[in-house]
Design a protein around this ligand. Sequence first.
Ligand code: 1CP
Length: 354
Amino acid sequence: MEDFLTKLKNDLFLRACKRKKVERTPIWIMRQAGRYLPEYRALRQKADFIKMCKTPELAAQVTIQPVDIIGVDAAIIFSDILVIPEAMGMKLKMIESKGPKLYDPIRNMNDINRLKKIDPTKNLKYVLDAVSLTKKELNGRVPLIGFAGSPWTLMTYMVEGGGSKSFSEIKKFIYNDPKSAHILLDKLADAVAEYLSAKIEAGADAVQIFDTWGGLLSPSDFEEFSLKYIEKIISQIKRKDEPVIVFAKGVHYKLNKLANCGADVISLDWTMELDKVRKKIGNKVALQGNLDPTILYGDKEKIRNEAVKILKSYGKNNGHIFNLGHGILPDVKPENAKWLVDVVKSESRIFHTK
Ligand code: 1CP
């Protein structure tokens, strides 16, 4: 990473991931490239979501929008976690104002056997091309983050066939046929590790694993069905110094284990307090987060107060990356997101003196 650091004009995010000294706290926003931006919606009028993901020029343009408009300290490549199940052979559609749908969901070993083993350099070449192009167009302004879903979160979508409220199908699957579930999780872990390695090779400066549905599991099931495979991925990723971030939503009960999973950064949702987490897990990893995304519905004063509360809770310490505790919501005003970025940039300086 030292090579990358010297080439980047703004390397605050990468330094914070490694718990090195920074002049102010870096900030980026999960789901920062997307529907809350009118500039994104204008492009979306012309191309559907999957076409945008598959056209490197469009993906690069949308990835860079929040760097220009909101002023974030890192870009995250525009794509989706569901490109992996699609590459494995599942038909994917984004249903307008409903979300993703995966056809013919996976329910047994026969279904698992029809999934293809993927080679990211062939089947997901369009994402890698988008990464290289974005990296070139960013021209060292800020680092670029690559990402993937965790095996557990990907399997949830593959078995449910899309988003869910009750998550009945995935629970039926793991409790009735755990053997097949583990076979699928293992395949997904290999695919994700290869995919993230290829993204780093293509130019990603860091990678984030999204375990959005980790918190659906009991503590012991989380270890068995999710954490084990996140650890496998991290041990297999080919990287020099590129940081790995793990976001496991709702997994407050496994912070010590998460801090020891091999990740450089643990991203926290808003139900935890940074000072308490730091005390509990020590200084091993950097922490990312964790403003409640709905605070951005509030007025400027509310946003400032809540952001400062988080900066104070972390205190005078290296290793904090400011972010939301989950993705930005589509009906947030862009000016409020920009205000948050400005507040963090100015108010965090006093926590990094000396
Ligand atoms: O209509 C549209 O324009 C599509 C909306 C959209 C967007 C902008 C979807 C559908 N995905 C994305 C982009 C996306 N997805 C990014 C882009 C980069 C950025 O952060 O700016 C990222 C990182 C994701 C990751 C993703 N997709 C996750 C993990 C993060 C999280 O928010 O928990 C998940 C769970 C998905 C699945 C998905 N894709 C899209 C939607 C609406 C969903 C959620 C579906 C559900 O309700 O379960």
